[in-house]
Ligand binder design. Structure first.
Ligand code: NAI
Ligand code: MG
Length: 334
């Protein structure tokens, strides 16, 4: 038995988590679930957004499957997701984007790439944020370290090796952001030299965005800093048909959290029509992480087969299925 922490989350969170666990149960993986609260649910029940019991559970189990959390505006944490990444030092945000059948993808061909985003530094550290007294000037501190750059680029190259991918593209803006992006690029070159078996190229971020839209097939693994990775991974999700199919893993040395890229979708919460695929694909990343690649592939194949058959697809994919009906259709193809 492997015990994982399960956070059902806010908004559509409980609906897509129930659907996901329905499919995982059908796979008989020998997983035990330890349910823990975070977000608005936790605030109502325990008076805090991120209770100590939830932190302890993740620390103990080292693996969490997490639904989206609503971040209340004004007060408490700036974002519970950012807080979780910081507290567990989940430095690698790994976001695969691949073409699935019968989606509303913008790009007709096959996209199959992974964005590896630095998750703990860069423009998102939340330090040195100030607005002058007259409200006319705002500043923010960015921080990039050699250690932070080294470990994320190494993660990308190791990922290429373990997944049989051939190429890593380092995305940067070192021509303008000479200090921060410059240090990232310099460190990336040093790491790349240690992986002669993996092709490496460099691309400036604005050109990378255009290239992704025009010729996404030239990319295999992208590695980049926090802000660029956030934007690029959403661009990639858009390329392959939207947020309902975009999963992400947050990986550190001591813990890992698997999730959907999307949020709690308050506009459709409680209606039973949310697409469970993003969280299911996050669960597949979790199975890969648990060295159960065969089970991860089994799950992905069942999702692809259900999309191909257009069986019970949710409205975002053009169908009229419910969240649970879609999950049951997937479970029946395992
Ligand atoms: P969102 O991702 O929740 O929704 C954007 C749009 O996509 C909405 O129209 C929504 O209905 C649709 N959508 C999202 N997931 C879907 C699914 N599975 N199936 C069908 N349609 C789906 O982004 P939004 O509205 O900006 O944020 C809502 C809340 O979520 C905020 O409180 C935000 O802080 C939080 N959030 C949490 C994240 C996390 O926990 N990892 C990530 C992003 C946002
Ligand atoms: Mg984002």
């Amino acid at each position: 038995m492997t015990t994982i922490t399960v956070i059902r989350g806010d908004g559509i969170g409980p609906e897509i988590m129930d659907a996901t666990l329905h499919v995982l149960d059908a796979m008989q993986l020998g997983l035990a679930y330890e349910f823990a609260d975070a977000g608005m649910v936790a605030l109502e029940k325990h008076g805090e957004l991120l209770p100590a019991a939830t932190m302890d559970s993740i620390r103990r189990n080292k693996i969490a499957l997490k639904s989206p959390l609503t971040t209340p505006v004004g007060g408490g944490f700036s974002s519970i997701n950012v807080e979780l990444r910081k507290r567990f030092d989940l430095y690698a945000n790994v976001r695969p984007a691949r073409t699935f059948p019968n989606t509303k993808a913008r790009f007709p061909g096959n996209v199959d790439l992974i964005t590896v985003r630095e998750n703990t530094e860069g423009a998102y550290i939340g330090e040195g944020q100030e607005v002058s007294a007259d409200g006319e000037t705002a500043v923010l501190t960015q921080k990039v370290t050699r250690k932070g750059s080294e470990r994320i680029v190494r993660y990308a190259f190791e990922l290429a090796r373990t997944t049989g991918r051939k190429k890593v593209t380092v995305v940067h803006k070192a021509n303008i952001l000479k200090s921060t992006s410059g240090l990232f690029l310099k460190t990336a070159r040093e790491v790349a030299a240690q992986y002669p078996d993996i092709e490496c190229n460099e691309m400036i971020v604005d050109n990378a965005c255009m290239q992704l839209v025009m010729r996404p097939e030239q990319f295999d693994i992208i590695v980049t800093t926090n802000l660029f990775g956030d934007i690029i991974s959403d661009l990639c999700a858009g390329l392959v048909g939207g947020l309902g199919l975009a999963p992400g893993a947050n990986i550190g040395n001591d813990a890992a959290i698997f999730e959907a890229v999307h949020g709690s979708a308050p506009d459709i919460a409680g209606k039973g029509i949310a697409n469970p695929c993003a969280l299911l694909l996050g669960a597949a990343q979790m199975l890969d992480h648990l060295q159960r690649a065969d089970q991860a592939e089994r799950l992905r194949k069942a999702i692809v087969a259900t999309l191909e058959a257009k069986d019970s697809l949710t409205p975002d994919l053009g169908g009229d299925g419910t969240t649970l009906a879609f999950a049951k259709a997937i479970a029946s193809r395992l």
